[in-house]
Write a protein that binds this ligand. Structure first.
Ligand code: ADP
Length: 212
């Protein structure tokens, strides 16, 4: 049944994944609007320390990286220290991702099950869709791409990052050449936002029946 389809959405930094997600979740599908499952939001929530409450994910990360001080006195994650650590060492990045992916995937499963029970389609919005193997949960996957210089320009405009920092972040992600063969639908967002919307409309029409 098309109503419970899970559509994976991914793309590297600056390709327009967030812009595409905002457009897709507003789309009027015959089977109801998408339930938006946001892997980044789940990751942030799982690593958020609530004062007075245990956080087993943070405790696991703290144990894994001992004696590196990745947790603060209050048990919260020192995101800058963690980022420096994994940026400099691929093996540590893999260890962190292995802990996070396990918990994120469990939560995504739970959210997909709830959406399916409600008969709603799912937009699984995940920057690391392929890296985490989340594409195996999807009926269709959409990959956002854009020209390298366009990506850098848009991110510098969006958040004031330095071009060389955006370059470094792009280099730290899985290259598009590896993602393209795994994606069902490729959306090239090097053009205007109207151009992006047109391609997304076409993708939706391919997957669903659009109403009104
Ligand atoms: P991502 O989530 O992939 O990092 P965003 O969706 O945040 O990328 O897009 C990066 C920036 O570029 C944002 O400021 C967004 O508004 C802008 N943007 C996205 N698509 C286009 C487009 N087709 N034309 C112009 N600006 C765009």
């Amino acid at each position: 049944m098309s109503s419970s389809k899970v559509i994976g959405l991914t793309g590297g930094i600056g390709t327009g994944k967030s812009t595409a997600a905002a457009y897709l979740i507003a789309a009027p599908l015959e089977c109801g609007r998408f339930v938006h499952i946001d892997a980044d939001a789940i990751s942030r929530e799982l690593t958020r320390k609530i004062p007075g409450e245990d956080n087993p994910v943070l405790e696991e990360i703290g144990r894994e990286f001992e004696p590196d001080p990745v947790l603060r006195e209050d048990g919260s994650l020192d995101r800058a220290a963690m980022a420096d650590l994994v940026f400099a060492d691929p093996e540590k990045k893999q260890r962190l991702e292995s802990i996070l992916f396990t918990h994120i995937i469990a939560e995504i499963h739970a959210q997909i099950d709830r959406a399916k029970e409600a008969g709603r389609p799912v937009l699984l919005d995940a920057p690391l869709l392929f890296e985490a193997g989340l594409d195996s949960l999807c009926d269709e996957t959409i990959l956002l791409t854009a020209d390298h210089d366009v990506r850098i320009h848009r991110v510098t405009l969006r958040d004031g990052s330095r071009p060389e920092d955006v370059e470094a972040r792009i280099r730290n992600q899985m290259p598009d050449e590896q993602k393209i063969p795994r994606a069902d639908i490729i959306v090239d967002n090097s053009g205007t936002e109207e151009d992006l919307q047109l391609q997304l409309d076409r993708a939706l029409a391919r997957i669903f029946t659009i109403c009104d």
